[in-house]
Design a protein around this ligand. Structure first.
Ligand code: HEC
Ligand code: HEC
Length: 284
């Protein structure tokens, strides 16, 4: 008698306990799934948050690993940003590829200061700061040195965590030219804004992937009417949206938001789209 009711009592105490453990496991499972899958699916999809990520303004962009702005190494920056165009097996016209010493030799011969100024302000199809506006001067120098030093160079970049820091280097009088170009960096986009010259934007930012002779796969090339025709059919609002927010084609090719140059205004990007389309059989 006594024995039986004891067992009963134990059984009824165990039931909620087991139930609780099952619920706890289910919650943990979903949390882990959320934490591990969220990032990638967001970036692929054209969700508002993915778009936000692509067009995040300078300052809020981290490397994704939480390294604070100013403390990122040349290798980190290269692997995240410069690699898009400077990869060893890249095919962006004119972009010197890492580890191709012959391509880097004439660049390195210009001297670190010139390379830095050109990377800072933009240079032909090389967007200012590679399109990553929040890079500090020191970080940009590290990324250049990282690439050049993989490619036969021997440039000395500011160490990570150096006391000078990002702000100090901008104000550093020894780099008078670099300080000047710092403010030019801020002024340059404004100057371009005034005109919103589609051809100019195309020639500086879009040509790398949309030039008539660009080797980038799947991007519609300027003056190739047949490549543009199906795109134009989507209507100009869609084209503008895809150019502004970024767009992954059915073949997995990426059109980066604003062509990778976050400094461009919406009007400038639209002007560049209009220019390309109208050179390629369209009329928008
Ligand atoms: C969207 C493509 C693109 C991205 C992203 C990019 N570059 Fe470039 N870069 C180019 C092209 C194209 C050239 C060649 C320009 C020319 O010589 O006409 C170039 C040239 C350069 C040069 C040589 C400049 C000179 O004076 O010869 C340096 C240095 C450089 N890039 C650094 C960087 C760094 C550092 C990053 C990353 C922070 C980066 N680039 C990201 C396209 C890019
Ligand atoms: C790093 C390479 C790259 C750069 C730089 C680039 N694009 Fe693109 N773009 C692409 C690729 C690749 C596609 C095609 C994606 C697909 O459909 O597979 C594309 C597609 C487009 C489309 C068609 C979108 C659609 O809906 O079919 C427009 C419009 C466009 N780009 C505008 C621009 C403009 C404007 C610039 C310069 C401000 C620019 N792109 C710079 C790679 C680039």
């Amino acid at each position: 008698m006594n024995h039986l009711s004891n067992n009963k009592a134990r059984g009824s105490a165990l039931t909620p306990l087991i139930g609780g453990i099952v619920i706890l496991l289910a919650v943990l499972f979903f949390l882990v799934k959320l934490a591990t899958s969220g990032y990638y699916s967001d970036v692929e999809a054209s969700t508002p948050s993915a778009t936000q990520t692509r067009i995040m303004p300078a300052g809020s962009v981290t490397m994704g690993d939480g390294t604070p702005v100013g403390q990122r190494t040349g290798e980190q920056i290269f692997n995240k940003i410069c690699i898009q165009c400077h990869a060893a097996d890249g095919n962006i016209p004119n972009a010197p590829r890492v580890t191709h010493n012959n391509e880097w030799a004439p660049r390195i011969a210009k001297g670190f200061e010139t390379l830095f100024n050109n990377a800072l302000n933009g240079f032909n199809a090389m967007p200012a700061k590679g399109g990553q506006a929040d890079l500090t001067d020191d970080e940009l120098k590290r990324a250049i040195a990282y690439m050049a030093n993989q490619s036969g160079g021997n440039l000395e970049a500011p160490a990570v965590g150096a006391a000078s820091g990002a702000a100090a280097s901008g104000a550093d009088a020894s780099a008078a030219s670099s300080a000047a170009s710092d403010s030019a960096g801020a002024a340059a986009p404004a100057a371009v804004t005034a005109s919103a010259d589609g051809k100019k934007i195309f020639d500086t930012t879009c040509v790398a992937c949309h030039g008539a002779t660009s080797a980038i796969p799947n991007s519609p090339k300027i003056t190739k009417n047949d490549e543009w025709a199906p795109r134009i059919k989507q209507g100009k609002e869609t084209l503008f949206k895809h150019a502004l927010e970024g767009f992954t084609g059915p073949g997995g090719s990426l059109m980066p938001a604003k062509g990778g140059n976050a400094n461009l205004t919406d009007d400038e990007v639209k002007a560049a789209v209009t220019y390309m389309v109208n050179q390629s059989g369209g009329k928008i």
